[in-house]
Ligand binder design. Structure first.
Ligand code: NAD
Ligand code: MLT
Length: 312
């Protein structure tokens, strides 16, 4: 019997080869269907592979009478209704390790772009302004990086920040002080991290508990002139509170890769010169995209052959 797989977001071609080369698997790649078309077609598929664009909603899952497995080529599964998947007996697998390095590197690029005003200076120079005074930056050496969420990416960011001779303090309720010390990272409460950071970067999932974790009260605790980075998920930082904190001068700069609503074309934070932004590019490297696509492809393949999934 043929196992039908839909790839509904752009995924690495190389990474899809295990599925395409397998016998008894038919793969439909990125047909560009809109929500309605996807809903009309979904019940012909046994598996759907997504990145972060496709919203695998309860309505879609309930319509998908043949769906057995959802593969997420990446970490965050917040675009998948997990409750609906469980209720309908649909397995969800992701690729939690494949893009860790890329996301950590992107975070460091954002911190460095912020500290040296690189995007703003580039933009001014493109406008034919040779302005050296306006773009005086700060060194990272001996500055404190506050990390909220010391998981895979947070830990990689910590290691890289130490390479920049930064002091690192981190908060993660599921981490121990001992483990943090082994990494050369100071362990503190959320409040400690918010108070200490010259730069603060968040690396938690978006959960009920982390929604607007960085809100007005959190900004009030921070140092004046703090710089904020979010390469994790939109919504961990309250965007209205961030906007106000930048306007008031409390926050000197923010680097954002992720937003509460994505995609967008208009965003009030982007009107502020203190904000550096990228359109959710943290995992967008050739290497990461290949690995996450290979990882989920192998899991879907294993599943189609009656083997256990590994969620590598
Ligand atoms: P992870 O699960 O390895 O780490 C998350 C950490 O957050 C865990 O250690 C967990 O204990 C901690 N945590 C949970 N609740 C917390 C709380 N209330 N306060 C502080 N810490 C808390 O995940 P990861 O692979 O490191 O990914 C981190 C985030 O980055 C996720 O949101 C993921 O979706 C996102 N991400 C974004 C991109 C991108 O393209 N921008 C790429 C990869 C991952
Ligand atoms: C993830 O959670 O893996 C990221 O958002 C990366 C992505 O899907 O592009």
């Amino acid at each position: 019997m043929t196992f039908h797989v839909l790839i509904s977001d752009p995924l690495s071609e190389e990474g899809l080869k295990p599925l395409q080369e397998a016998e008894n698997i038919e793969v439909v790649i990125n047909p560009g269907w809109n929500e309605q078309e996807l809903s009309d077609q979904i019940d012909s598929f046994d598996a759907i592979l997504v990145r972060s664009q496709t919203q695998v909603t309860r309505a879609l899952i309930e319509k998908a009478s043949n769906l057995k497995i959802i593969g997420r080529a990446g970490v965050g599964v917040d675009n998948i209704d997990l409750e609906a998947a469980t209720e309908n007996g649909v397995i969800v697998v992701n690729a939690p390790n494949g893009n860790t390095n890329s996301a950590a590197e992107h975070t460091m690029a954002m911190i460095m772009a912020l500290s040296r005003n690189i995007p703003q200076a580039y933009h001014a120079l493109k406008q034919k302004q040779w302005d050296r005074k306006r773009f005086v930056g700060v060194e990272l050496k001996q500055k404190t990086l506050g990390i909220v969420g010391l998981g895979r990416i947070g830990a990689e960011v910590a290691a890289r920040a130490k390479g920049q001779r930064m002091n690192v303090i981190a908060y993660d309720p599921f981490f121990t002080e001992e483990k943090a010390e082994q990494m050369g990272v100071q362990y503190g409460t959320l409040e400690d991290v918010l108070r200490a950071g010259d730069f603060i970067t968040v690396h938690t999932p978006l959960l009920k508990e982390t929604k607007h974790l960085i809100n007005k009260d959190a900004f009030d605790l921070m140092k004046d002139g703090v710089q904020i980075v979010n390469c994790a998920r939109g919504g961990i930082i309250d965007e209205d509170a961030l906007y106000d904190a930048i306007q008031s001068g409390k926050v000197a700069g923010a680097a954002l890769d992720v937003f509460e609503q994505e995609p967008f074309t208009e965003h009030k934070l982007l009107t502020l010169p203190e904000v550096v932004a990228t359109p959710h590019l943290g995992a967008s490297t050739v290497e990461a995209q290949e690995v996450v696509a290979i990882d989920v492809s192998h899991d879907v393949l294993r599943f189609s052959q009656g083997e256990a999934v590994r969620n590598p």
